[in-house]
Design a protein around this ligand. Structure first.
Ligand SMILES: NC(=O)c1ccc[n+]([C@@H]2O[C@H](COP(=O)([O-])OP(=O)(O)OC[C@H]3O[C@@H](n4cnc5c(N)ncnc54)[C@H](O)[C@@H]3O)[C@@H](O)[C@H]2O)c1
Length: 246
């Protein structure tokens, strides 16, 4: 059964890693229309090309930096306009850095929060404008196990920003519920992507014995995006191989 048949989705950070895995998962489940956005235009076009080749779905690609409030408004409006409606938003765009607390300048702190929290909020707010009119919609935000655990090799701005995403999601879930907008978080542990390529984590330290794949996260996103999750909002699904059990 194709659980997203006829629906439309916008995925930020869709050029690679978890965002691209979600895009492919959605295409596999016959999403009706898909918009991918990212700052990395070449990678975005490559992912879109792979999806078209394998599933015959021509993605709409929008090259946008989510830190820019006006660009976010234009990007979400264009996506909804070209797809006809906006059923699902997945916020995968994000950054992290390895390092110690002394490496964090004010500039770095702001940069991380501008992308991981403020930019994510702008995109959600613009999606709300459309979803409220539709009286229906679903938003999935990517947080991180680091939000609750504090992170291991990353600088402290990253787990702090992801903790903000957890709380922001609950706030948005309360605002959206009366209009039929569900907002949830997926919180990955260590997933093999470009972001974590240099983290050097030992698979033996994960109870399930392996580092996660983009598809592991995309499966949880697919469930939350589907009508099977129609009574779930303000929740967080941990996808971490058992690293932390809360
Ligand atoms: N990989 C992991 O282990 C892991 C663990 C926990 C949480 N996450 C979260 O999952 C999400 C996806 O991570 P990933 O591992 O796929 O990382 P990734 O680096 O492979 O992908 C992130 C994408 O976000 C894009 N991006 C960065 N800044 C942007 C901006 N200003 N505007 C638009 N796009 C921007 C990047 O170009 C990139 O394509 C992130 O929010 C990350 O924090 C990842």
């Amino acid at each position: 059964m194709f659980i997203l048949e006829g629906k439309t989705a916008l995925i930020t950070g869709g050029a690679g890693g978890i965002g691209a895995a979600c895009a492919k998962m959605f295409a596999r489940h016959r999403i009706g229309a898909l918009t991918l956005t990212d700052v990395r235009k070449e990678n975005l076009l490559r992912t879109a090309g792979e999806i078209e080749k394998e599933w015959g779905l021509a993605c709409i690609c929008i090259d946008a930096d989510i830190r820019k409030e006006e660009a976010d408004a234009a990007m979400v409006a264009e996506a909804a306009d070209r797809m006809g409606r906006l059923d699902i938003l997945v916020n995968c765009a994000g950054i992290s850095r390895m390092g110690r607390l002394y490496d964090v300048t004010g500039e770095q702190w702001d940069f991380t929060f501008d992308i991981n929290v403020k930019g994510l909020f702008f995109v959600c707010r613009e999606a709300f404008r459309i979803m409220e009119k539709q009286k229906n919609g679903c938003i999935i935000n990517l947080a991180s196990q680091a939000a609750r655990g504090g992170g291991i090799v990353v600088t402290p701005d990253y787990p702090s920003s992801k903790a903000a995403v957890l709380t922001l999601t609950k706030s948005l879930a309360k605002s959206g519920a009366p209009a039929g907008i569900r907002v949830n978080t997926v919180s990955p542990g260590l997933i093999a992507t470009e972001m974590t390529a240099t983290f050097g984590y030992d698979p033996a330290s994960v109870p399930l014995g392996r580092i996660g794949k983009g598809d592991d996260v995309a499966g949880a996103v697919l469930f939350l995006a589907s009508d099977y999750a129609s009574y779930i909002t303000g929740a967080c699904i941990d996808v971490n191989g058992g690293i932390a059990m809360i």
